[in-house]
Ligand binder design. Structure first.
Ligand code: ATP
Length: 283
């Protein structure tokens, strides 16, 4: 049975000028027509492909000094599934080649610096996949919604972020920016599950309820992010995330597409294979 639609997932999810956040159906599965179990089955195959590509990226840096890296930027409301992406999607690749950073409320030290300071420090080394669980976009999302700085300050950040990302791309970083959208109903369900399950209490943050109450403000802030920072060199992908099996598959596909775009092949031996074989057998 065919589960993929004629439009590949990355193309189906790419944000296009004029797209409206309020039109997103968080329960949709763009680019995929199958059921949950079809999706989970495909996920296994595609995870193996992702792991292979990650190893290629790593190998090319190790053996051929390839300076390139990939940076996955995850943004989404609380309980949109960012942690699940890290566990299930990124977890399928060799941790040796991953640099993961979660960005919470800035520390005093971080606040004393420019907001991009902590971001620059967390960039993936060559040959690695960087994962940002929240990112510099918090500085135009939570900061905007809560007026943590003056509007002219956060207002100038969109262009600044674009210039920053241009610089990253010019330095060999492929950005994969995933905006994960859940419905308020699904978020409520997820947060209730955290309350109902003692093994999930540690995940529950009473502040999440306050953020829920600002849903419309966040929608507006996300719209501005998409409108102003989705560029040719670092586009946003809008990932419907009510169905976790789908958002995981979708972000796997985004990473695969990014890595395949690097056109990697196994680095050739820098030694004579036959000579080495003989030396080894004789040793
Ligand atoms: P999550 O909800 O991502 O699973 P969490 O609830 O465990 O995480 P932390 O990881 O400690 O909480 O921090 C996330 C919180 O930090 C979010 O509420 C986020 O909006 C906030 N935050 C992140 N970056 C900034 C920033 N630059 N300024 C203010 N608040 C920020």
């Amino acid at each position: 049975m065919t589960t993929t639609s004629p439009v590949p997932i990355p193309e189906a999810l790419r944000f296009r000028a004029g797209d409206k956040v309020t039109d997103i159906d968080p329960g949709a599965t763009p680019g995929f027509k199958g059921s949950k179990s079809d999706g989970q089955q495909l996920q296994e195959e595609r995870s193996a492909r992702l792991a292979e590509l990650q190893e290629l990226l790593y190998a090319n840096h190790k053996a051929a000094d390839d300076p390139r890296s990939v940076l996955l930027v995850l943004q989404g409301m609380d309980a949109s599934g960012k942690g699940g992406i890290v566990k299930h999607v990124v977890g399928a690749v060799n941790p040796m080649g991953v640099r993961y950073t979660a960005f919470g409320k800035p520390t005093e030290e971080e606040l004393a610096h420019h907001y991009l300071w902590r971001i620059r420090r967390a960039l993936p080394p060559a040959g690695h996949i960087g994962v940002f669980d929240r990112s510099h976009y918090e500085d135009v999302l939570v900061v905007r919604v809560h007026n943590l700085v003056a509007p002219e300050v956060w207002g100038a950040r969109y262009d600044e972020i674009n210039a920053f990302e241009r610089e990253l791309v010019d330095n060999g970083v492929t950005l994969v920016k995933a905006a994960m959208f859940i419905s308020p109903e699904e978020q409520k369900k997820q947060l209730l599950e955290r309350l109902d399950d003692p093994t999930k209490h540690w995940k529950y943050n009473p502040g999440d309820v306050d953020e829920r109450l600002r849903w419309a403000d966040y929608q507006e802030a996300y719209q501005a992010v998409l409108d102003r920072t989705s560029t040719d060199y670092a586009p946003w992908y809008v990932v419907p995330s009510d169905r976790r099996w789908y958002s995981r598959l979708a972000i796997t596909e985004l990473l695969i597409a990014a890595l395949e775009g690097l056109d990697l092949s196994w680095p050739p031996a820098t030694f004579d294979i036959e000579t080495e074989r003989r030396r080894l057998l004789d040793s």
